[in-house]
Design a protein around this ligand. Structure first.
Ligand SMILES: [Zn+2]
Length: 267
């Protein structure tokens, strides 16, 4: 499943490929993905230049003067610039230069939607601060965690607290901050909140940098790359040895999601 760093890599790859290109017309090849696609998308965006490619949390936003195409990759969504269409291609943006920008999504958990100029998408309205933005601070965490008794790792997955941090990076950030993922969020000490903000930002920034090295592949592949494997310290490593202390990593389900931590390195 693409997390924020993968989405950012896709954004940068698409920016390099299609920023400034003109969308001649859009063809939708089915009625729905995770939810219905807007049927009027085809008539709303005709002969429009792509003026910006933005990301908010795990949403990609393709701006045109006539409105914005909002895309969420779900579990298996990809964008690519392609000559030929393939199975599971659900939307094709025909570009004026003859290329096609194609959305493919075999499992169809993604979202494709239209946002009118000046409107705020309901998908984005309640999102908390960007983890890499200036609003995600220890003071913000102090305010939002004060009344929360849930496990800190579960709270990090709450998109109103911080947007775009998924199951992988919540675990990695807790490990790097030395905080057990099941600690009640309102019991973190000030120094721990500070450390957690630092590590959430660092782990995402490092993954984006690693993803940046795949952008040349992304361009060569016409956009089908953008999914990459990192070396994680705890994610999916229950029962294996901690890379820091050598002890055995523990695993449990927290708020319905599998979670791994080191009982020695995390307190
Ligand atoms: Zn350890």
């Amino acid at each position: 499943m693409p997390e924020l760093p993968e989405v950012e890599t896709v954004r940068r790859g698409l920016e390099a490929l299609v920023l400034g290109a003109v969308i001649r017309r859009i063809a939708l090849h089915r009625a729905d993905l995770r939810r219905p696609m807007p049927l009027d998308l085809e008539s709303r965006i005709v002969d429009q230049p792509i003026t910006a490619l933005r990301r908010r949390a795990k949403y990609l936003l393709l701006d045109t003067p006539a409105g914005t195409i909002l895309s969420h990759l779900g579990m298996t969504g990809t964008w690519r610039v392609a000559e030929a269409e393939r199975s599971h291609d659900h939307a094709t943006l025909h570009l004026a230069d003859g290329r096609r920008l194609v959305y493919r999504d075999p499992r169809r958990f993604g979202i494709l939607d239209f946002v009118a100029p000046g409107a705020v998408s309901p998908d984005l309205a309640d999102l908390g601060p960007e983890p890499l933005g200036n609003d995600f601070t220890p003071e913000h965490l102090r305010q939002v965690l004060a009344a929360r008794r849930q496990a800190i790792k579960a709270v990090l997955l709450d998109q109103t607290v911080v947007s775009g941090v998924g199951n992988i990076y919540a675990q990695e950030a807790c490990f790097r901050a030395g905080i057990r993922p099941q600690r009640p969020a309102n019991r973190l000490r000030p120094a721990e909140r500070e450390r957690l903000v630092t590590e959430v930002r660092a782990v995402l920034a490092e993954a984006i940098t690693a993803g940046g090295s795949t952008i040349s592949d992304f361009r060569q592949a016409g956009g089908d790359a953008g999914y990459f494997q990192h070396t994680f310290t705890v994610y999916d490593r229950a029962g294996q040895s901690c890379r820091t202390c050598g002890g055995e990593l523990k695993g449990a389900t927290i708020a319905g999601r599998s979670t791994v931590w080191c009982p020695t390195c995390q307190r």
